[in-house]
Design a protein around this ligand. Structure first.
Ligand SMILES: NC(=O)c1ccc[n+]([C@@H]2O[C@H](COP(=O)([O-])OP(=O)(O)OC[C@H]3O[C@@H](n4cnc5c(N)ncnc54)[C@H](OP(=O)(O)O)[C@@H]3O)[C@@H](O)[C@H]2O)c1
Length: 323
């Protein structure tokens, strides 16, 4: 699935390419699965000009098997995944059956996960784990703390709900889709807040509710999440599904010592990635992952791109690059 600059903006289409058209990078991977993340939606529709080269193979994630490697750390048959690192921005991405990548981008897929599981986790799931790691490292979470996940029925949200529930937290899910409540309960949420409630402007300091928050929405939702976070708590901010603005006050920071923890998955160092993947291997049971995953062929990507930008996707969609 190749993104190309055209007179009508950027467009994505299925095309045949040959190996010599790939970048000359150290490791050749036989890709089995990719995924669709919110950023893939933006890239495939040309919104925000994610792709900085033309033509460029899309897909910010890939999961597959090493075919050949010029780097001794990787050998044929190794099961690997790549998340971010500029795939679908400056480097060809995962919507392809073969891809060349830099050796230092690769993460070994934990034994508990299949290639499909690793793709189901993808950037969204690994980012959720980065968010939870940041809350834990900050010291925000005590046993059975009340925590909030916004954009809960989306990709980041679904994995965050599962990971926080596995840690023994009492998870409140904020969603704009009441029809997802049963699904979110099956992942471990025990209470719900309507998306609209957090999307309406509120006081700078509100009743202290959350020890920690994973926010994939941004804008007014993030401002309210900060205003509802309890003394010494923290908010991991990773997304902008509701907007990139942040029109709040410093009150939560200076009167309650609340921390705003910024999460970037794209260029996160390997140490943080390995910690996130260890957390996923320990706390995200494949059976639970299956509850939030469906598999689609590459031909459906243009439609799925529109769906994810419109907030219509529940959980995670894996892309079978051979279907
Ligand atoms: N910082 C990073 O490195 C990083 C990594 C991954 C993702 N992200 C960002 O995190 C966000 C979520 O990514 P994703 O892949 O999980 O996307 P996703 O599956 O589409 O999830 C986003 C969720 O946000 C909610 N939402 C959608 N539109 C909204 C709106 N207008 N106002 C409020 N809530 C809205 C919906 O949840 P409900 O239906 O439950 O309300 C939706 O399912 C995106 O902004 C993405 O760019 C950032």
């Amino acid at each position: 699935m190749v993104i190309t600059d055209t007179d009508k903006g950027q467009q994505a289409e299925l095309r045949t390419m040959t190996l010599d058209q790939l970048d000359d990078l150290d490791v050749l991977v036989e890709v089995a699965f990719s995924t669709i993340n919110y950023k893939d939606g933006m890239a495939l529709t040309g919104r925000n000009r994610i792709a900085r080269r033309s033509p460029l193979i899309g897909g910010i994630d890939l999961a597959g098997t090493v075919i050949e490697s010029r780097n001794p750390e990787w050998k044929s048959g190794d099961r690997v995944t790549v998340n971010g690192w500029g795939l679908s921005e400056r480097f060809h991405g995962g919507y392809t059956q073969k891809q060349r990548v830099k050796a230092e981008w690769l993460v070994r897929i934990p034994d508990v996960f299949s290639l499909q599981d690793a793709a189901a986790i993808g950037t969204a799931g690994y980012t959720a784990a980065l968010c939870v790691d940041a809350l834990v490292k900050w010291g925000a979470l005590a046993p059975q703390s009340e925590v909030l996940v916004t954009g809960a029925a989306g990709g980041v949200g679904s994995v965050a709900v599962s990971l926080l529930a596995a840690l023994g937290m009492k998870v409140t899910a904020s969603t704009g889709r009441p029809q997802t409540h049963a699904y979110l309960r099956s992942l471990g949420a025990t209470a719900f807040v309507d998306r609209a409630e957090l999307d309406a402007a509120g006081a700078p300091a509100q009743t202290e509710r959350w020890a920690g928050v994973v926010d994939s929405v941004g804008s007014t939702t993030l401002v309210n999440a900060l205003a509802q976070t309890a003394r010494g708590g923290a908010v991991s901010a990773c997304g902008l599904a509701g907007g990139a603005d942040l029109n709040g006050t410093v009150i939560p920071f200076i009167l309650r010592g609340v921390a705003l923890l910024g999460i970037d998955s794209v260029l996160a160092p390997m140490e943080k990635r390995l910690s996130a993947w260890s957390r996923l291997a320990a706390d995200l049971a494949p059976a639970k992952l299956a509850l939030m995953t469906r598999v689609e062929p590459m031909s459906r990507l243009p439609e799925l791109a529109e769906d994810i930008l419109a907030g219509r996707i529940q959980g995670r969609v894996v892309i079978d690059v051979n279907a």
